[in-house]
Ligand binder design. Structure first.
Ligand SMILES: Cc1cc2nc3c(=O)[nH]c(=O)nc-3n(C[C@H](O)[C@H](O)[C@H](O)COP(=O)(O)OP(=O)(O)OC[C@H]3O[C@@H](n4cnc5c(N)ncnc54)[C@H](O)[C@@H]3O)c2cc1C
Length: 432
């Protein structure tokens, strides 16, 4: 609908190279201003950022929104375990920014933010431009802390993929699984809390087991865990026993699961208990996590590497004009999930439009559902409702719930259909 030529876009968005560096550009203002003069910059076109950009335009069509994202195509992490299990291909999880650009009039800039000047209210792009803002929204996702386990660094991620950011990493892990011989051993090192998608590692081993069962039935899966329990554990273990016999072995931290060191050349993990060496044919090391790097560089993170926010609006505790949501933020009882990031995006969009138009803030409530496939026809889920209470997003007692243990095949198959419908619905809500 809106055709933003580059020149017009630069004018609207307040972007310039040397000019902005010397203070020329869209001058920031304090307080209320007409929406059509306000410029909101959103960093990151993933679940949280793309939702915020779209809902800013839904709630305040006149506001100028610029979305900055380095990749032309975003691959959802949700569904990436389906790729690993051979259920769908990479195209299935690919999302583009065409609709946000063409149907919603959002200025989508393919670049990376490399600096935030909060005093001048502008961000610096890798490509050299500066972009001024009235309000800045950041949803940069996660980065990895490879320092937590010796022996492995980020440079090893091609040989030992984490596949915890979807895209090339997913492709690498899938091709390693395809090349693995029947009878091989897949080892996953599962990350410590808090991390992106609490049930994600366990859905991953489920669908890899599904693939092995069909193509390489003599293979084995070992999960070395940094924890002594995990999300929907009873439901996963019930499903594993039902579908995969003893193919999957989960070792908790207190019983030989804690990785002490990784020997990259030998594809071996040394575990704490008795210094056992666990040899892998395919090794999926998922590192400890923290907020995406730009949040740290902008001085928005705490000592643990996550971003404290006022959870009624997801406004940063460090800066009144910056909002941080999604996995990078500390969001009370809400898990780090795509669905959480999506609902938080609507909270942020509401808060910004209310503030820019001089209206009172709204007390938010929110929701999250995490579906996990144990097989393509067997899913389990957890759902919760949250309300802002006493300074934090808090679970509402009696709302939501977890799939029952011992449910029928029909029930699990119905949840598997809901899982696919959830994917179609949420991706359309975010990027459609
Ligand atoms: C295997 C797996 C399965 C999952 N399954 C589910 C599921 O079933 N349901 C669910 O709800 N969630 C699921 N998740 C979790 C979900 O993917 C994340 O919680 C969600 O994507 C978080 O959204 P976000 O906006 O915080 O980060 P992201 O979606 O990762 O988006 C961050 C974006 O910011 C961009 N970016 C980073 N730095 C910069 C910068 N400096 N400048 C510009 N852009 C930048 C990145 O390129 C990226 O596009 C899963 C995750 C994994 C790993």
């Amino acid at each position: 609908m809106h055709d933003f030529s580059r020149r017009k876009f630069l004018k609207v968005a307040g972007i310039s190279g040397a000019a902005a560096a010397t203070g020329i550009g869209c001058a920031p203002t304090n307080g209320v201003r007409p929406l059509e003069k306000a410029h909101v910059v959103v960093v990151g076109g993933g679940s949280g950022g793309a939702t915020t950009a779209k809902y800013l335009k839904k709630f305040g069509p006149d506001v100028n929104v610029t979305l900055i994202e380095p990749n032309a195509t975003y691959h959802t992490c949700y569904g990436s375990n389906w790729v690993l299990g051979g259920m769908v291909d990479m195209d299935f999880i690919a999302q583009t920014y065409d609709s946000l650009r063409e149907n919603w009039g959002i200025n989508v800039v393919q670049d990376k933010v490399v600096g935030v000047d909060a005093d001048a209210r502008r961000v610096r792009l890798e490509g050299g431009d500066n972009v001024s803002y009235d309000k800045l929204v950041m949803s940069p996702g996660i980065d990895f802390r490879y320092d937590a386990v010796p022996g492995i660094t980020e440079a090893d991620a091609e040989r030992i993929p984490h596949a915890w950011k979807a895209g090339e990493q997913t492709r690498i892990l899938r091709s390693q699984l395809e090349a693995m011989p029947n009878g091989g051993v897949f080892v996953m090192v599962a990350p410590p809390n808090p991390f992106r998608c609490p049930p994600g590692p366990y859905e991953r081993v489920s669908l890899i087991a599904h693939y092995f069962k069909q193509e390489k039935p003599r293979s084995k899966i070992i999960i070395l865990d940094t924890k002594d329990g995990f999300s929907k554990q009873g439901l996963f273990e019930e499903g594993w026993a039902q579908h995969y016999g003893d193919m999957i072995e989960w070792r908790p931290a207190s019983d030989g699961g804690l990785a002490e060191e990784v020997d990259v050349n030998e594809m071996t993990v040394v575990t704490e208990a008795g210094f056992e060496r666990v040899k892998a044919d395919v090794l999926n090391f998922i590192p400890a996590q923290r907020a995406g790097r730009i949040a740290h560089d902008a001085g928005l993170t705490n000592n643990n590497g996550w971003v404290p926010v006022h959870q009624s609006s997801f406004k940063s505790e460090m800066d009144d004009n910056i909002y941080v949501l999604g996995d990078a933020s500390i969001a009370g009882a809400m898990p780090k999930s795509g669905h959480s990031a999506n609902t938080q995006g609507k909270i942020v969009a509401t808060a910004i439009i209310q503030e820019l138009s001089g209206r009172d803030p709204v007390t938010p409530s929110s929701v999250n559902t995490c579906y996990s496939l144990v097989t393509p026809d067997h899913a389990v889920s957890v759902a919760a409702v949250y309300r802002y209470k006493d300074g934090a997003m808090t679970g509402v007692e009696g709302a939501g719930g977890v799939s029952p243990m011992g449910a029928s095949e029909r029930f699990r198959a119905q949840e598997a259909r809901y899982t696919r419908a959830w994917y179609a619905g949420i991706t359309n809500d975010i990027w459609g």
